[in-house]
Design a protein around this ligand. Structure first.
Ligand code: HEC
Length: 162
């Protein structure tokens, strides 16, 4: 082999390796502020039902309108490990909303995404049907307005930071 060919092959090998590393690292990144990417993340890449409950809000709990009579709120490690508001970027809270007979009605999610909505805590909001169809997402005025009554608790209602 001549030197030029060797060099070309070496450069190609480095590029292929680089792409592989990039793709691998990318698969572990947080999702973008997009309802389908977020759903995929919380159901496949990091299934939320393996996350934690906040110590002061464990398991099934009674709830208020508009979310329905019963719910569970799961939080990822970034949220769980945030000791004071605002929580770390990348924090996610997933709320399963149940009817009175414990039938799963909807899944509502808050995802802390840098730069998404800086005036209102940088939360990406989404409401899904149980099979993952997003019917509201982004910065709906309802979600932001009602949770905004506790802006000093980083828009989080079920957990008190101490
Ligand atoms: C009228 C007030 C109100 C509106 C509107 C509202 N929420 Fe909530 N949300 C609550 C209350 C109250 C709780 C506490 C749990 C409960 O009572 O169900 C809560 C809890 C949550 C939680 C659990 C984390 C936390 O903050 O404690 C998530 C996630 C959530 N809501 C998402 C949403 C999304 C997404 C929307 C918009 C589609 C929304 N909420 C609209 C009142 C509201």
């Amino acid at each position: 082999m001549n030197g030029k060919l060797t060099r070309t092959l070496a450069i190609m090998a480095i590029m292929i390796l680089g792409c592989a590393i990039w793709a691998y690292a990318g698969s572990h990144e947080m999702p973008k502020a997009d309802p389908d990417a977020l759903w995929e993340y919380i159901t496949e890449e990091s299934p939320y039902d393996s996350w934690k409950f906040w110590p002061d809000h464990q398991g099934m709990q009674p709830g208020r309108a508009p979310h329905g009579p019963l719910h569970k709120v799961y939080v990822n490690d970034r949220a769980f490990n945030s000791s004071r508001p605002p929580v770390q970027y990348g924090s996610i809270a997933v709320k399963e909303n149940y009817g009175k007979d414990k039938e799963l009605k909807a899944i509502t999610v808050m995802y802390k995404k840098r730069g998404f909505n800086p005036g209102d805590g940088d939360w990406f909001w989404a409401k899904y049907s149980p099979d993952g169809k997003a019917d509201k997402y982004g910065k709906p005025a309802g979600c932001v307005g009602c949770h905004g009554t506790r802006a000093n608790n980083d828009f989080i209602l079920v957990h008190e930071f101490k």
